[in-house]
Design a protein around this ligand. Structure first.
Ligand code: CU
Length: 257
């Protein structure tokens, strides 16, 4: 799949949009870019006009405050209002994913970042994540998240190194980090959220287009940061159910690809 939409479709080519909230974000981004382009053009026109009229524009000292008002204070006030409006619009779009709670029926998946890998955990049939202990975490022993074997809720937890999701269903991701700050980012899903050690962050979205997408880490988290990648695979719902059933059947085999 091409990473960019055909450039003929838009003046500002963006990564393929595969999530339900993507079009609104793209529209807002493009609005920002058009306004920025218009302002750059306007600033240059004003600069050229000022240069051309340099001599004519010499005014008496008594008119200085008027020049300041029209050339500085009023444009400054207009720009402040414009940028505040754009910022509020983008905050509201972001808050829809981040702070308005996910639908109670949303699928729960936990995402854990660590140097230098992403792991994904599904809660299993009991819909409850088992307890984890950092002291128990050992990738070499097949338990990178430190699942506590004494907690029955963890017995059916499925841990994978690939995030597989059904198309058309809302997903509530719980982001965690085991060591340092990592940045969970999926450009095609218009998702980007830091994972912080000692905290959990929620972000929810609805993937819509089946396909394979790259999951990146956008925080420089150490020497191996450049290779901290994982894959997101979005499947048709029936295909996803088959995948999940097959993986849960082999859940005692540690981390699954
Ligand atoms: Cu990282």
């Amino acid at each position: 799949m091409s990473l960019l939409q055909p450039s003929s479709s838009t003046f500002w080519p963006l990564p393929v949009d595969a999530a339900a909230h993507g079009p609104a974000m793209d529209a807002h981004l493009r609005l920002n870019l058009w306004i920025a382009l218009a302002l750059v053009a306007l600033a240059h026109l004003l600069l050229l006009a000022g240069l051309a009229r340099r001599r004519a524009a010499r005014q008496k000292a008594g008119q200085a405050w008027q020049r300041l008002l029209w050339l500085e204070w009023l444009p400054l006030a207009a720009l402040t209002v414009l940028f505040a409006w754009l910022a509020v619009g983008s905050e509201r779009l972001w808050a829809v994913e981040r702070f308005t709670g996910a639908d109670p029926a949303a699928m729960q998946v936990e995402v854990t970042g660590m140097q230098f890998a992403w792991y994904f955990r599904y809660p299993g049939a009991d819909a409850t994540f088992g307890r984890t202990e950092l002291a128990l975490a050992s990738a070499a022993a097949g338990n990178p998240l430190g699942l506590d074997p004494t907690d029955p809720h963890g017995a059916d937890d499925l841990v994978t190194s690939q995030l597989v999701l059904p198309a058309g269903r809302e997903v509530d991701l719980t982001l965690r980090a085991q060591d340092v700050i990592h940045g969970f980012a999926v450009p095609q899903m218009r998702l980007k959220q830091n994972a912080l050690p000692g905290q959990t962050q929620h972000i929810h979205f609805t993937p819509e287009t089946p396909g394979d997408y790259a999951i990146l880490c956008t925080q420089v988290c150490g020497l191996g940061h450049y290779r901290m990648q994982a894959a997101l695979r979005v499947l048709a719902p029936a295909e996803f159910e088959r995948w999940l059933a097959a993986r849960e059947a082999g859940v005692s085999n540690g981390v699954q690809p």
